[in-house]
Design a protein around this ligand. Structure first.
Ligand code: FES
Ligand SMILES: [Fe+2]
Length: 387
């Protein structure tokens, strides 16, 4: 198995620069020796009302429509005709790789009476509306209207699916729904996180009865490892030991495994993070890319309501179709799944905690600095958004 080299991490891109693998490992070993961890400067108090206000949720959804956001990894639509249809920031979209290899996004609404022409995911060269059978090519063009003489004057060339801005970059597919918004910084200018040879081996959708931000926050700190993951992650990781970096509005949190100490006696030139730590890349606002030994997971959080989130997960690897390496990846995922269930338990509980009205605000301390970064960026972005 080739060592994964998250090359862009080594690139110096101004504020987008991340530490090299070697520097990260050295910093972690230093933290282990000194019983320290990365810390923020001030902490953050997030009003409980921001998890419970419908106006706030509407503004967050407007933000998700206004900016470029990650829809899925390129590898999820690897073949011509591959598509994924789902609600995105409360709007039904379908994203599809055309016969020409280009990825396009459309509002998933028939130009007759608005019914969704695609559902779930699959591969097709034609979308047929289930209501009256209008059909569209995977380039969005209206192809066929049954009994077309019932629509005198209909110009098929003007009634294709309505396009949404879409681009494919560094192994990710992005969409931007609001054509009039102009992002100051380019949120698609991200490090090259996804190795080219990675393919999707599993995709899964899950609904969680909690606010999307409560769910997200559970990925962004290592302060809970000992308490929440007593018998899963804690025995193989560390209590409250992370390296936290920011790049643009995004964060990267490194969660070391105890196996990292095996590198102490090895020459630095051979140091690799693969199998020694998990990186969580928080791609602001609603995506987390996590690295695991020989695989990675991409999670897109879709807010469905104040206390309902749909999680879309894609698991990617370059391991051969069958064999020991793939089995090891799948076993590792079973282990990670138990940890994810533990996270969901506390997240659901935090959601109930909101109802108790015990807290006017949720307090994030110095060990939860990536959450401070998230809420800081979100507060800034929401200024001036009216819904
Ligand atoms: S709504 Fe699609 S064909 Fe009528
Ligand atoms: Fe956790």
């Amino acid at each position: 198995m080739a060592t994964k080299n998250f090359q862009a991490v080594d690139e110096q891109r101004g504020s987008m620069a991340l530490m090299s693998e070697t520097d990260i490992i050295a910093r972690i070993l230093d933290h282990i020796d000194n019983k320290t961890t990365d810390m923020g400067h001030s902490g953050w108090k997030e009003p409980a009302a921001n998890y419970q206000s419908i106006e706030r949720l509407d503004a967050e959804l407007a933000l998700l429509r206004r900016r470029w956001i990650v829809f899925c990894p390129s590898a999820a639509l690897s073949q011509s005709g591959d598509y994924i249809a789902r609600d995105t920031a409360d709007v039904p979209l379908v994203v599809v790789r055309g016969n020409d290899g280009e990825v396009r996004a459309f509002r998933n609404a028939c130009r007759h009476r608005g019914v969704q022409v695609a559902s779930g995911q699959g591969c097709t060269s034609v979308f047929v509306c289930p209501y009256h059978g209008w059909s569209y090519g995977n380039d969005g063009a209206l192809r066929n209207v049954p009994h077309k003489d019932g629509f005198p004057g209909l110009e098929k060339q003007n009634r294709g699916l309505v396009a949404v801005e879409c681009l494919e970059k560094n192994g990710l597919i992005f969409v931007k729904q609001d054509p009039n918004s102009k992002d100051q910084a380019d949120p698609t200018d991200l490090p090259d996180l996804i190795p080219k040879e990675y393919r999707v081996i599993k995709s899964e959708t899950l609904e969680i009865a909690a606010n999307w931000k409560l769910h997200l926050e559970s990925s962004l700190e290592g302060y809970h490892i000992r308490s929440t993951h007593q018998t899963t992650f804690f025995p193989v990781q560390y209590d409250n030991l992370t390296v936290n970096e920011t790049f643009g509005q995004n964060s990267r949190i490194a969660f070391p495994y105890q196996a990292i100490e095996g590198l102490r006696d090895k020459p630095k030139s051979t140091w690799s993070t693969n199998g020694r730590l998990t990186f969580d890349y928080h791609l602001f606002p609603n995506v987390v890319v996590s690295t695991f030994p020989d695989c990675m997971q991409i999670v897109v959080l879709e807010p469905l309501g104040l206390a309902l989130t749909r999680q879309h997960m894609f698991l990617l690897t370059d391991c051969a179709e069958d064999g020991a390496a793939l089995n090891a990846v799948l076993e590792g995922q079973e282990f990670a799944k138990v940890g994810a269930i533990e996270d969901r338990e506390v997240v659901l509980s935090a959601q109930r905690g909101l109802k108790s009205k015990a807290n006017d605000y949720l307090e994030f301390g110095l060990y939860e600095s990536a959450i401070e970064q998230f809420h800081g960026a979100l507060t800034e972005e929401l200024k001036g958004i009216t819904t």
